[in-house]
Design a protein around this ligand. Structure first.
Ligand code: COA
Length: 352
């Protein structure tokens, strides 16, 4: 069988209109704009309105991605929604999204893996494409975290935001897509990010509810240490699989959780910060939505282009990690970097 690549033909993001700034948070908990910026790099986050749900945000991001790809929802072969904050425990939000898009009878499932969910979904979609099973796949990363955080807990409530991002991946004969990936999990750290009373282990009752055990709790210092340890390692594994080095990468798109974590990762990777796409100041940590939303923003601002070689890298609850070397579209125009600086775009077009 001819080799099939997963080309990203459509991308779209949806962020709720309402913005909650650090100064707004100062009125809600004992915190300050300066503390939040210094420790996290976050300036603001978007918060879903009362009529919005994970399904409506996912559907809007998906509609935008489908329009870019010029693809009708009925032509989809599969829908994957990466999220841990679906509208209900059951049914899966993926079926709601499938219905709202009018993607009649298209299979749909949720991939619940916290902040690494989108990269797990991306590599899963790639397997269906390269195996020749499906041609058109919709991948969504969506989180409505504002309904899962304790707005009286300053340790967590300043960190998260709501958003959705979507990619359309289509089979292509031209080299592009995921060139290498790495995924991993270490459940021994599962208590470090946990909503204790949101599942079957500890069903919500009056006592757990009063103690706020349905909300996300986090051991920030442990998560920080884990993230700085793992980001460089998993990136190297993806690069090895792709037969590339950091010098072959145009832009690194890390999980947008904390600027200090990104800076620490840059040090470990020995890559200057200019080659990282950073959007954490605008959206805060939107978990599974963080990487696709950052990419959509970067494409719109011109910071990245479709044929850039991107290194996507994430960490999150589980604890889990994932990375992937991704070139969204086939090479037409390569950008060259020397000594980590962005050189002018090579004028000559390389035939696709
Ligand atoms: C949460 C995080 C920003 C805290 O930063 P930190 O430098 O580790 O801060 P510490 O936890 O050591 O807390 C220092 C002090 O600040 C306080 N503090 C915590 N949140 C605060 C806030 N929003 N405003 C003001 N003070 C705050 C703490 O109570 C603590 O006070 P104490 O020393 O009197 O006990 C940081 O640990 C982090 O980003 N971790 C990773 C989290 C993450 O990425 N999670 C998502 C994973 S997908």
């Amino acid at each position: 069988m001819e080799k099939r690549y997963g080309r990203i033909t459509g991308w779209g993001a949806y962020v709720p209109e309402k913005v909650l700034t650090n100064h707004d948070l100062e009125k809600m908990v004992d915190t300050s704009h300066d503390w939040i910026v210094q420790r996290t790099g976050i300036h603001q986050r978007h918060i879903a309105g009362p009529d919005e749900t994970n399904a409506t945000m996912s559907t809007e991001a998906a509609r935008r991605a489908l329009a870019k790809a010029n693809l009708d929802a009925t032509e989809l072969d599969l829908i994957i929604v990466a999220t841990t904050t679906g509208d209900y425990i059951t049914p899966a939000v993926s079926s709601q999204v499938q219905h709202m898009l009018g993607a009649t009878d298209v299979p749909a499932f949720v991939l619940a893996n916290g902040c690494t969910g989108f990269l797990y979904a991306l590599t899963t979609a790639q397997q269906f494409i390269s195996g020749g099973v499906y041609k058109n796949i919709l991948i969504i990363g969506s989180e409505l975290l504002s309904r899962y955080v304790d707005w009286t807990d300053r340790n967590t409530c300043v960190l998260f935001g709501d958003a959705a991002g979507a990619f359309v991946m289509q089979a292509s004969n031209e080299p592009c897509g995921v060139y290498g990936f790495d995924m991993g999990s270490d459940g021994s750290g599962s208590e470090n990010i946990i909503a204790p009373a949101m599942g079957s282990a500890e069903p919500v009752n009056a006592t757990t509810f009063a103690e706020g055990r349905q909300f996300i709790r986090m051991n920030g210092r442990e998560v920080f240490k884990f993230a700085t340890r793992i980001l460089g390692r998993t990136s190297q594994r993806s690069l090895d699989q792709a037969g590339m080095s950091f010098n072959d990468i145009d832009c690194i798109v890390p999980h947008q959780a904390n600027l200090r974590i990104i800076q620490a990762a840059a040090k470990v990777m020995d890559v200057p910060m200019e080659r990282f796409l950073v959007k954490v100041h605008k959206y805060a940590n939107t978990s599974a939505a963080s990487i696709p939303v950052a990419i959509c923003d970067g494409l719109e601002s011109g910071e990245i282009s479709l044929d850039d070689r991107l290194l996507l890298v994430s960490f999150g609850s589980g604890l889990t990690w994932a990375s992937a070397v991704l070139q969204m579209a086939p090479t037409r125009q390569r950008q060259v970097y020397t000594n980590g600086t962005k050189a002018p775009v090579v004028a000559e077009l390389v035939a696709a």
